[in-house]
Design a protein around this ligand. Structure first.
Ligand SMILES: Nc1ncnc2c1ncn2[C@@H]1O[C@H](COP(=O)(O)OP(=O)(O)OP(=O)(O)O)[C@@H](O)[C@H]1O
Ligand SMILES: C[C@@](O)(CCOP(=O)(O)OP(=O)(O)O)CC(=O)O
Length: 391
C-alpha cells in the first residue's frame, strides 16, 4: 500500500464572480474571475488518500458517509491527475492501476453556500497530486471538479483566467499576490441560511447563459475592465477601489439572476438589509470601509480591514440579534465595539427578527492547500476511515 497523504485546503470567495460556462463538460468559464483565499485555520476541507493493490474498488467517504465514486466530476479529477502523472512519469504503471480510497471532511456546513465544493475539490486534487507526485500546476484539474475550486489551489488573491483554448488547458488560476501582501484584510461571513439552495450554481449559470442579455453585456463590457482594475487595487492595497468593484460586481451577478428567464434570486430580505447597512455605514464614514459580496445564496461575505472589525461587528450584533450571543461570532478572536448613540441614529436601521443572521465567521486571507503530518489523517494505516461511518 502507498502511505496515506492528508491535505487541508481553503475556501475562496470571489470579488469578480464566475457565472456562465463556455464548455459545460470541461467547466471552462465565459469570464475571468478574481477571489481571496481564506484561512484554513478557520474553514477548511481535509482529505486523506491512499492506493493499494489490495483495494477492490475506488471508494470515497465524505463527512462520515459513503458516497458514490461514479460522479463524473470526481472521475474527471482522478483521471486528470493520473494522466498528468503518466505524462510526467512520476510513478510507475502498477501504482497508477491500484484502486484508491478517499476520505474527506469539511469543518463547516457542506452545500450551504459556503464554497464547500471549492475547498473540497481543491483538497482532493492537491492530495492526489501529492500521492501521484505530480509537480505541475493542478488548477485546471481542480476546475474539472467545480469551477471555483481552481482558485482554491493558491493562497492570497487569485485570478482565474478564462482562457481561449477549446481543451481548457489555458483556463487556469494564478496568484496575484500571496497572503502576506495585504495582512490587514479580513472577511466576515454572515451565515443567513445554511440549507441547500433551490437553484444550484451549475443550473443557474446554464439558464443565465441561455437567456440573459445582461450576462453578454457583463462578460464583454464590464468584467475585463473590472478584473484589471481590481488586480491593480489589490496590488496597491487600495481598499476603496477594491470595495467599490467588489460590491458592483456582486450586484451585477445577482441582477443577471433576475434577468434570466425564468428568473431566480439568491438574495433574501436579510441579504438586502446587509446591503443597506453596508452602504449607510460607508456613507457615514465618507468612504467605502466595508464591501459585501454574495455567491449563489443568501450568505454575505464582508471584506474589510482589521481596524474596522470591532465597530462593524458591533453594528452587526445590534442589527441582527442572536438567541445564542455567546457563540454568535466564530473563527478568529474579535473585539466587539458596542454601537454608540450617534452611529445608531445615523444608521437609522431597526433590528431584524432574532436569528435572521445565524452566526458570523471571522476570518482572514490565507494560504493554499498544505499537507498535514500531525497524525490527524482520516484513513488509518490499512487505508480505511478512522472515524465511524454512517451507512
Ligand atoms: N470535502 C469534499 N470533498 C469532495 N467533494 C466535496 C467536498 N465538499 C463538498 N464536496 C462536493 O461539493 C458538493 C457541494 O457543492 P455545492 O456547490 O452544492 O455547495 P457549496 O460549494 O457548499 O456552495 P456554493 O457553491 O454555493 O458556495 C457536495 O455535494 C460534494 O459533491
Ligand atoms: C456564484 C459563484 O460562487 C459561482 C461558483 O460556481 P461553482 O464553482 O460552484 O460552479 P460549478 O463550476 O458549476 O461547480 C461565483 C464564484 O465563486 O466565482
Amino acid at each position: 500500500m502507498s502511505g496515506v497523504i492528508t491535505v487541508v485546503a481553503p475556501v475562496n470567495i470571489a470579488v469578480i464572480k464566475y457565472w456562465g460556462k463556455r464548455d459545460e463538460e470541461l467547466i471552462i468559464p465565459l469570464n475571468d474571475s478574481v477571489s481571496a483565499t481564506l484561512d484554513t485555520n478557520v474553514m477548511c476541507a481535509k482529505t486523506s488518500v491512499c492506493v493499494s493493490p489490495d483495494f477492490v474498488k475506488d471508494e470515497i467517504w465524505l463527512n462520515g458517509r459513503k458516497e458514490s465514486f461514479t460522479s463524473p466530476r470526481l472521475q474527471n479529477c482522478l483521471r486528470g491527475i493520473k494522466s498528468r502523472a503518466a505524462a510526467e512519469r512520476s510513478v510507475d504503471d502498477a501504482f497508477l492501476s491500484w484502486k484508491i480510497h478517499v476520505c474527506s471532511e469539511n469543518n463547516f456546513p457542506t452545500a450551504a453556500g459556503l464554497a464547500s465544493s471549492a475547498a473540497g475539490y481543491a483538497c482532493l486534487v492537491s492530495a492526489l497530486a501529492k500521492l501521484y507526485k505530480v509537480k505541475s500546476d493542478v488548477s485546471s484539474i481542480a476546475r474539472l471538479g467545480s469551477g471555483s475550486a481552481c482558485r482554491s489551489v493558491y493562497g492570497g488573491f487569485v485570478h482565474w483566467h478564462a482562457g481561449v483554448k477549446p481543451d481548457g488547458t489555458d483556463s487556469i488560476a494564478t496568484q496575484i499576490v500571496d497572503s502576506s501582501h495585504w495582512p490587514q484584510m479580513r472577511a466576515l461571513i454572515l451565515v443567513v441560511g445554511d440549507h441547500r439552495k433551490k437553484v444550484s450554481s451549475t443550473k443557474g449559470m446554464k439558464i443565465s447563459k441561455e437567456t440573459s442579455e445582461l450576462l453578454q453585456y457583463r462578460i464583454t463590457k464590464c468584467v475585463p475592465f473590472r478584473t484589471e482594475a481590481i488586480c491593480q487595487a489589490i496590488r496597491d492595497k487600495d481598499f476603496a477601489k477594491f470595495a467599490e468593484i467588489t460590491m458592483k460586481d456582486s450586484n451585477q451577478f445577482h441582477a443577471i439572476c433576475l434577468d434570466s428567464y425564468p428568473p431566480f434570486a439568491y438574495l433574501t430580505a436579510t441579504s438586502m438589509k446587509i446591503i443597506d447597512f453596508v452602504h449607510k455605514y460607508n456613507d457615514i464614514c465618507g468612504e467605502p470601509r466595508v464591501a459585501y459580496t454574495f455567491d449563489a445564496g443568501s450568505n454575505a461575505c464582508l471584506y474589510l480591514l482589521e481596524d474596522e472589525v470591532p465597530k462593524v461587528l458591533g453594528v452587526i450584533q445590534s442589527l441582527f440579534p442572536s438567541s445564542t450571543p455567546d457563540s454568535f461570532i466564530k473563527g478568529l478572536p474579535a473585539r466587539v465595539e458596542p454601537v454608540d448613540a450617534e452611529l445608531e441614529t445615523a444608521l437609522s436601521l431597526h433590528p431584524e427578527e432574532k436569528d435572521s443572521v445565524k452566526y458570523v465567521i471571522h476570518t482572514k486571507v490565507g494560504e493554499g492547500p498544505s499537507e498535514v503530518t500531525d497524525g490527524s489523517a482520516l484513513l488509518n494505516d490499512a487505508g480505511w476511515p478512522v472515524n465511524p461511518i454512517i451507512e
